[in-house]
Design a protein around this ligand. Structure first.
Ligand code: K1U
Ligand code: ZN
Length: 171
């Protein structure tokens, strides 16, 4: 297991569409181990492989509350196959856009098809926090960020702020 660096805005890799995983082999299992270590250390409730610079469609999630035991979940090649008409609003954050939070409206319930670490196809119907985090992470695998779901004014403001910070750091 290894702690990996989380890439942040304006890193262009965050806009990359990740490749499907062809086989769940030892390299995918090692990637998943690194992702959990990185996600728990951050801390975060989800992570997509592209956030550590690996353009593969792999997502880790743990939405367990503080007083509950860990509930690590792995979604390989996840895709939303159904979403509810009903919407829900959550204040989202992103480990790749540190310390920025904004309300985002998304379908309240989704059905997701994915491959598990067992190499088999599974489906899960999610609601609440899990539905939000899954949609946020699947967006990452498609190069979409949660700020793409907010107003242009707010998005431009946050992109500018992170571009400025990166420029300052490079100087
Ligand atoms: O994908 C990511 O950047 C991780 C992100 C997931 C997420 C959070 C909230 C709504 C949608 C998606 C995070 O985990 S940000 C950190 C966070 O929300 C959190 C961290 C510790 C405890 C509880 C929440
Ligand atoms: Zn994110």
């Amino acid at each position: 297991m290894a702690l990996r660096e989380i890439i942040v805005l304006p890193d262009k890799r965050l806009r990359q569409v990740s490749d499907p995983v062809k086989a769940v082999d030892a390299s995918v299992r090692a990637l998943v181990d690194d992702m959990f270590e990185t996600m728990y250390e951050a801390p975060g409730v989800g992570l997509a492989a592209i956030q550590i610079g690996v353009p593969q469609r792999v997502v880790t999630v743990d939405t367990a509350k503080k007083d509950e035991p860990n509930n690590p979940q792995v979604f390989i090649n996840p895709e939303v196959i159904w979403s509810s008409e009903e919407k829900g609003t959550y204040e989202e954050g992103c480990l790749s856009i540190p310390e920025y939070y904004e309300e985002v409206e998304r379908p309240a319930r989704v059905k997701v098809r994915y491959t598990g670490l067992d190499g088999k196809t599974h489906e899960i119907e999610a609601n609440g926090m899990l539905a939000t985090v899954l949609q946020h992470e699947i967006d990452h695998t498609n190069g979409i960020l949660f700020i793409d779901h907010i107003s242009r004014l707010k998005r431009d403001r946050v992109i500018k702020k992170f571009a400025k910070a990166a420029k300052r750091e490079a100087e």
